[in-house]
Design a binder for this molecule. Structure first.
Ligand SMILES: [Zn+2]
Length: 233
């Protein structure tokens, strides 16, 4: 009896050792398997779920599915001045989660979000006000804007080849034609704006009347104005 037990023990031990010590050459490593299933954007970032809603995150660290054209990091904007040192898109954590979710919904329709502006530090708001002190075009830094709170984004939609959808006016076109209520536009423009607005609203974002590109994430409206400034390489 005891000889059988010893034999069973030896067989188990030997087979286990064989399994652990000698994987066959064809077996992929854990890293290879992971890469096949889900490429991780940046492994060193803390999990979005583990961060407080009010923390600031760099959106590109959590998704590769967005397109960026950060206009205020260039001179291609209505101020004709570069007011950001470099082109980064940061938002509060809750806003980032909502943007990733709504972008998934857009991708199911064959589109993706392209950003023109995201969180804007209060010091940059002051700089913009010094260049263009007109409350119709620039939020007075004394009040601040939802961009300063990390909950507003200026966006459009692109197709899967990164071609911008026709929204009827360029970004930062200040006139009636950029208003949501302006109906004298081609059918495809009205439809593109409708897709953008209805999908954003379904994920907790609010449109404003005068700018088709601007969306506020509801839960951030009462957040404090912030002056966190991201690091540029
Ligand atoms: Zn805006």
């Amino acid at each position: 009896m005891s000889r059988i037990l010893i034999c069973l023990f030896l067989i188990t031990f030997i087979s286990c050792k064989e399994n652990t010590d000698r994987p066959t050459a064809a077996e992929p490593t854990v890293a290879e398997v992971k890469e096949d299933i889900a490429p991780t954007p940046v492994a060193t970032q803390p999990d979005l779920q583990s961060l407080p809603d009010t923390s600031f995150v760099r959106l590109a660290d959590y998704s590769r599915d967005f397109v960026y054209d950060m206009k205020y990091a260039t001179t291609d904007n209505f101020l004709e001045k570069q007011v950001y040192e470099c082109d980064e898109c940061y938002t509060r954590v809750n806003t980032a989660k909502a943007l990733i979710a709504v972008n998934k919904a857009f991708m199911e329709k064959g589109y993706r979000i392209k950003f023109y502006d995201c969180y804007r530090p209060h010091s940059v708001q002051k700089k913009m006000w010094e260049i263009y002190p007109n409350p119709i075009y620039v939020a007075d830094p004394a009040k601040g804007s939802i961009h300063n709170k990390g909950g507003a984004v200026d966006i459009t939609l692109v197709d899967m080849e990164d071609n911008e959808l026709n929204m009827g006016t360029p970004f930062d076109f200040f006139g009636k034609k950029a208003h949501h209520a302006f109906g004298d536009l081609p059918e495809d423009v009205l439809n593109n704006r409708k897709v953008l607005k209805e999908t954003m609203e379904a994920y907790g974002f609010n449109a404003i009347t005068s700018e088709w590109w601007h969306y506020n994430y509801g839960p951030t409206l009462n957040y404090e104005v912030a002056d966190f400034v991201w690091h540029c390489e």
